[in-house]
Design a protein around this ligand. Structure first.
Ligand code: SAM
Ligand code: SF4
Length: 326
């Protein structure tokens, strides 16, 4: 088991399978994003070796992310290999949904359990504006395919950006009347180059709840308002699904954080919003043994930062969101 200095048991690994993406969401990466050369990224055998090492250290929950995880070559067989790792209890993916129509069934069969699909608006024009060139219709078909394949409960991730999609929260929340989905509103987080945009355009969870109360109905807190993972859950009266509010900016959940991240270039990142990382790929390529790699992970986890410092204006500058995995 891996513990940090504060007694937190770190057992949830978010694995970025690639830094590449078939979209360019405005809050995530610049339009002219330059990706890393493939040789600098974890190859399949390296990724699987590290995945096995992490499960051996008690990590029982993996979420595959990116960039866009579904654009990685051999994604279905990689998922199949991971699903078979002893000790892994939960295997899920965060995706933009563009390739789910084709991949949901094969991924489910390979052992993927659930997906979170990013969808910020139900307006096709605005969707294109936010993602720069995505097709809402294709994502919608992907969501339905995921549900049909049994990748359930489907969760929808909406990052709310003032001036882009803050007017869409009511429509997104209303989806839960008909669908047993969890629609999650995420406060935009500031990163590197896009920092100024992101600071000025954060829409807080409180503001969204107030808006829903006016435009739809008053969301009722579930589980006594306790955190479920990183989300506070609510439900619209009579709805089939739930609402989730993820508020890293206005209500950080650092005290209960159990996660670490493996970047596509093989760095262990201990906090999404802190630059500290431990390089695993270089030692692996230089022939480090499994015991040495395990020790690097355990030491890294031990020194996991307590939490982020957004409240004091400190933002990570070394990577944008797509390079870490969200
Ligand atoms: N491409 C996949 C997708 O979009 O779902 C997975 C990677 S993406 C980086 C993971 C999640 O991070 C998505 O739900 C996305 O909306 C969210 N995200 C990206 N940039 C963000 C930011 N600046 N603040 C908060 N969430 C962000
Ligand atoms: Fe791509 Fe996901 Fe970032 Fe959008 S949020 S640019 S889909 S990695």
């Amino acid at each position: 088991m891996a513990f940090d200095r504060f007694g937190r048991n770190i057992h949830y690994l978010r694995i970025s399978l690639t830094d590449r993406c078939n979209l360019r969401c405005v809050y995530c990466m610049p339009e002219m994003m330059i990706f890393r050369p493939p040789a600098e990224l974890l190859q399949d055998d390296e990724l699987l070796l590290l995945a096995r090492l992490f499960t051996g250290l008690g990590f029982d929950k993996f979420r595959l992310t990116g960039g866009e995880p579904t654009v990685r070559a051999h994604i279905v067989s990689l998922v199949g290999e991971m699903a078979r790792l002893p000790g892994l209890e939960s295997l899920s993916m965060t995706t933009n949904g563009l390739r789910l129509e084709q991949l949901a069934g094969p991924l489910r069969q390979a052992g993927l359990q659930r997906v979170n699909v990013s969808l910020d608006t139900l307006d096709a024009g605005r969707f294109k504006e936010v993602t720069r060139w995505g097709s809402l219709e294709r994502v919608w078909r992907g969501i339905l395919a995921a549900e049909q394949a049994g990748l359930a409960p489907v969760k929808i991730n909406a990052v709310v950006v003032r001036g882009y999609n803050d007017g869409d929260v009511a429509g997104l929340a209303r989806l839960t009347y008909e669908h047993p989905w969890q629609v999650r509103f995420i406060e935009m987080m500031p990163f590197a180059g896009a920092t100024e945009l992101q600071k000025s355009q954060v829409v807080t969870a409180a503001e969204i709840i107030e808006r829903l109360s006016r435009e739809v109905d008053i969301p009722q807190p579930l589980r006594n308002g306790e955190l479920d993972g990183e989300a506070r859950l609510y439900q619209l009266p009579g709805a089939a699904g739930e609402l989730g509010f993820i508020s890293p900016v206005t209500a950080p959940f650092c005290a209960s954080c159990t996660r670490a991240r493996l970047t596509a270039d093989g760095k262990l990142r201990l906090c999404l919003l802190k630059e500290k990382e431990v390089d695993l790929l270089t030692p692996l390529r230089r022939g480090a043994g499994l015991d040495d790699l395990r020790q690097l992970v355990l030491d890294g986890v031990w020194h996991k930062p307590w939490g982020h410092d957004l409240a004091r204006g400190s933002v990570p500058l070394n990577r944008v969101m797509s390079e870490i995995g969200g």
